[in-house]
Design a protein around this ligand. Sequence first.
Ligand code: CP3
Length: 369
Amino acid sequence: MLKQQVEMHTTAASAEPLQPDATALTSRRRFLNACACQPVDRPPVWLMRQAGRALPEYRALRQKHSFLELVQTPELAAEATLQPVRRFGFDAAILFSDILVTAEGLGQKYRFDENAGIQMDFALRSAADIARLDVNALPERLPYVPRALRRVRTALGQQTALIGFAGSPWTLATFMAEGGSSEHYTHAAALFRKERKTYFELAEKLTAAVVAHLQMQIKAGVDAIQIFDSHGGQLAPMEFQEASGRWMRQIISELRIANFKLPIIVFSIGTHGNWDDLLATGANVLGIDWRFPLADARRLLPRDVGLQGNLAPSLLNDATPEAVAAETLRLLEAMRGRNGYIFNLGHGVPPEAKLENIAALVETVRGFK
Ligand code: CP3
């Protein structure tokens, strides 16, 4: 179905702002208009972690390949990226990859294990460990990233938006200092609280690495960037700016100085007491997590900043399709008339999500008038 759409719409796409006939919007145009707070026919929709274990076709790929093989083989990464777009017709695709690819680019490798989650080759603890991280080698360590993106772009044409991403320096630091997934991430916070200078050295390197990683993705043709600050909420509100916010701000300002104009989405979880810091990042769009009422975000945030979110992910596991549709509609109504709204979950699709619930969500957004 996607292929037909691509063929039908390749000539309709353009970099021009709004098309006069709103019904002729391609998914890509709809998504980009929403990012720019321009009018749309209906809000665009994509879901964080839309690729992955909830899809039978992804589980079939995983029978044959490890997670890292999927990430590091351009054909397979492209296939995993396209699977959810084919099945649900999302307005945007997000590269199948991981935030820890940036760590690998710096020389700290990672693995994924069904039971233990993410495991890094070592835990980054000392100033000497940090000194060994090598930003300059990042592009040559990650040749599969632009290759996968070019394949996806070719398959999508100009019909569907393509999102690139990276983790925030703080969130990367939590995984890298811990040495992988953990119940509690204590080491990065201890570094920030007790050895501020060393933490800043790490954050500076991670900032440079994220900028290099994002530049590579931008040059390979992504339409927008999302920065995932999944662990921002582990900080006290008064720590957030120095540990996380200012580094995201620096990333965005470096991309702007390099004259990259594409929209940038900042999604920081559990930090909705830090609106001023989040706005100061310079993000065009802020992701709202599922714990914060979207109507309050609408009331609190300036009209020239887009909002993305925020259906509670667990509804996809254990609510009925009717209940998912009703909650989706409630969110759409709460945002009615607000330019710059992108429908999404308030965090990623859980592996146990029911396909009929994802379908109910997407159909409700697509039918919204
Ligand atoms: O569809 C998409 O959204 C694109 C792919 C994507 C993945 N990871 C694939 C993945 C994206 C955008 C990410 C980002 C990511 N990775 C984040 C930020 C978003 C968030 O969820 O907060 C974080 C914190 C990571 C680090 C990470 N990667 C963890 C903690 C885990 C293990 C947890 C888990 O889900 O089991 C991963 C592995 C991972 N990354 C999987 C996927 C599909 C699971 C592996 C598999 O299903 O085979």
